[in-house]
Structures are given as C-alpha cells and as structure tokens.
Write a protein that binds this ligand. Structure first.
Ligand code: 0X9
Ligand code: ZN
Length: 411
C-alpha cells in the first residue's frame, strides 16, 4: 500500500543522494622539472580536478579529453592509475557488506563512525592492569557529533604521545590504521606494546572530522573538508588541514570556498580545528611526540609546510634532529612493509601547505617531534586487506619514533 510506496521513494532518494564516480579516472603525472611542478600547481586551482596526492589527480569523465590534451601540450607525461573509480567503490561496498555481523566492529574492515565509537568503548573497557584507560571527548563537531579520544596512562607522569586521524575524512586507511594502533597499545601483551604503554602516556583521537566522515559514508565518498556551510557560497566545508592558526593562508591554501584546500574565513574558524589546537595547547610541554596520520603517498613528513617571505620552503631550527627521527621512522616502515618511503619537510617533499596540524604542533605547541605520515598505497579506497600491512608498518614506525625521541632526551 502507501507505506511500500513511501519506503520505495525513500530508498530511491537515498540512492540518488549518493554521488557516483562512474568513469572518473585517476592519472599519475610525471613531475620532475621545476616547470612541471609550476604547471601542476596551476592545475590545483581547477576545482573539478581532485588531487589525491602531489602527482595523482582524479578527473571527471567530461573533463578527461581536454585534460589530457592540456597535459600533452605542456609536455607532461602521465600514466592511467585507475580507469573507473566507481569500480573500486563497488568493491569497497561489497567488502563492507561481507563483514562479520556478529561483532559490533571489525578492525580488518572499514568501520562507520558509530562502529569506531564502539571500538573505542571496547578498548578502554579492556584496559590492562599496568595502565588506566579512558574515553574522553575532544569536543563536538559543527553538527554536534562527538570527537572521541582514548587516553592511556600509567599515572606516573610519563611524557605524552598524541595521535590523530581522519581530519581528512576520505582517508579511511588512516582511521583504520590508528584504530589498530590503539588496539595494540591497549590489548597487546608483547614486550613492545607493554613498553610503549608504560613509558609513554597516550592521547589518541581517531576521528577529528566526524561530520565529514559520516558524509563520506552517506553522500560523497571523496569528501575531504568539514561540513560547515560557507557564507555567500553554495559550496560547503573548510579544509581543516589548512585552517590552523600558524602561518594561515601562507601557501598551498585556497581562499575559494569551493576548493578542496579552502582555508576557511579566518584562522582556526572551524570548531574541529579548535578542538585539536586546544587539546594540543593543553597537553603542551608534556607532548614528546605528535602524529597526525593522512593517506596516501608513502611519506614520513615533518615541519614545515609553509614558506618564507621569498616563497622558499621554511626550515625549522630543529630540522636536523627531526629529520634524523623521520628517517629512522621511515626506514622502520620500509623494512616492515616493503614499500618505498620518502621523508622530510612537508613543503619540500610533497608541496607547500600552510595552516596544518604538523606546523601548529611544532611552532605553537613546541612539540618539535611533530609528524604527519602519508600512509601506504595508491588510492583513498584501497582494498580492506591493506589495513593489516598498514598497521604493521606503522607500528614499526611509531616504535622507532618513540624510541628515537626517548634516546635523544636521555643524551
Ligand atoms: O594536502 C594535505 O593536507 C596533505 N596531503 S593529503 O593528500 N593527505 O591531503 C599534505 C600536507 C602534509 N600534511 C600535513 N601538513 N599534515
Ligand atoms: Zn590528508
């Protein structure tokens, strides 16, 4: 009767509401020379081109022909990485449907926001005797969703390591990796896990941008920003990783609300940014290490992302020391995972990008060991079987970083 028609209509609306990526293609550009770099930076201003990394760009089907012509005319060589993004998303959806439904979440699969909250609650409930664990709130998002965090403490005033993920909500592998790192820290009985949780206190925030994360599940898988509307524009969202109050709008940031790198109307305008800033400032000097996980590019990055007055990449006073630790972490990741990793400052290794977590923690908080790994792989929608190797190699990188920091402090 009427009820069935209504249900059908609801289903139809739900299907129509979700953006499809049929025949969206991803190209990897070869950018080696300065002029190739300059040309590619120019492409960043085109809001229809979605840069997945420094070299990889997703192109909607109606733009492919013209885009490739422009590349050829400018002498840019390219390879096709993905000829139909929707096929990857279909596979992803299938893998999610095949999950074990008897469990509230699955650490080897993609978890919804609610499932991540369930995992956080489970972890803290399973806290081992040598530490205390708590679920705390980092604050609320624009839409009023909780930004959850896990604290692990031995109660003896240990230095803190801060971890976060999903500030860019489409980078699902980063969230899945951090969740498994938290699981190992709490539930691990091995020597390394025990040593990590008893020599450091931990503050772990797996979902910095819950509104965006929910939106990637319900409406638009490749959404990156938060979900705050913009004045005088139909385009929604601020790139939280350009919104921090550190050299805001200095480089690699758009002032157009429709851009994926829109820095917001003012520094720290977004509540999700302020949640992170306030917590980092509160933890202050007790932070010995801060890591904001992103995906993907196979890089262990550190400060700075911003440039000096002459437009050259700025260099931290602590460059040599943080580069040393980045190298140790990257080598540990490489050795465990077998993929090739780069390391160094954001600005030189990937591209100039100011107002991000890594620079804020370094400059404003004084956490000199502030890092931002770009995880493994070649897509924002990797196979779920990438979660395990990502976690394994990131555990190795995390332990290498933590030990290198402790070493430096001891000398
Ligand atoms: O553009 C970014 O924010 C980062 N790349 S991503 O594909 N994850 O969006 C690169 C900037 C380096 N990361 C930080 N500064 N945290
Ligand atoms: Zn990111």
């Amino acid at each position: 009767g009427d009820m069935r028609v209504l249900l059908l209509l609801c289903a139809l609306v739900a299907v129509l509401a979700k953006k499809r990526y049929d025949n969206y293609q991803v190209y990897q550009l070869e950018i080696l020379t300065d002029s190739q770099i300059q040309f590619t930076r120019g492409l960043h201003h085109d809001d229809e081109l979605d840069f997945w990394s420094d070299t990889d760009v997703m192109v909607p089907p109606h733009r492919v022909e013209g885009f490739l012509a422009v590349l050829r005319n400018n002498g840019i060589t390219y390879t096709l990485l993905n000829d139909n993004v929707q096929a990857d998303l279909d596979r992803e959806e299938m893998q999610i449907e095949q999950r074990d439904r008897t469990r509230p979440y699955d650490l080897d699969n993609w978890n919804t926001y609610t499932q991540i909250l369930d995992a956080v609650d489970d972890f803290v409930a399973a806290c081992p005797d040598d530490v205390t664990c708590e679920r705390v709130s980092m604050g609320q998002s624009y839409e009023g969703n909780d930004v959850p965090a896990i604290t692990i403490s031995s109660g003896s005033g240990n230095p803190v390591i801060y971890l976060d993920s999903l500030i860019h909500c489409r980078e699902w592998l980063a969230g899945a990796t951090v969740l498994r790192l938290a699981d190992r820290l709490i539930n691990g009985n091995d020597d390394e896990a025990v040593r990590m949780r008893t020599t450091y206190d931990w503050y772990i925030a797996p979902v910095i941008n819950p509104d965006g994360y929910l939106y990637t599940w319900s409406n638009e898988r490749m959404w990156r920003k938060n979900r705050e509307p913009n004045d005088n524009s139909n385009c929604v969202g601020t790139d939280l990783n350009r919104n921090f109050a550190v050299e805001w709008m200095n480089a690699g940031t758009s002032s157009s609300p429709c851009s994926d790198t829109y820095g917001g109307p003012s520094a720290a305008s977004a509540i999700e940014t302020r949640n992170v800033q306030d917590k980092l400032m509160e933890l202050g000097d007790s932070i010995h290490g801060a890591i904001s996980y992103h995906s993907y590019a196979r890089m262990w990055l550190h400060a700075y992302g911003y440039v000096d007055r002459l437009g050259r990449c700025a260099t931290s006073d602590f460059h040599d020391e943080i580069y040393r630790v980045a190298e140790l972490a990257a080598l540990a990741v490489e050795e465990e995972g077998g993929q090739n990793w780069q390391y160094g400052p954001v600005c030189t290794v990937i591209y100039p990008a100011s107002g991000s977590t890594v620079d804020f923690a370094h400059d404003q908080v004084g956490a000199i060991y502030s890092f931002t790994p770009e995880l493994r792989g070649f897509s924002f929608a990797p196979d779920a079987d990438q979660i395990e190797p990502s976690y394994r190699e990131q555990w190795a990188g995390l332990v290498a970083m933590a030990d290198a920091i402790a070493d430096a402090r001891a000398h």
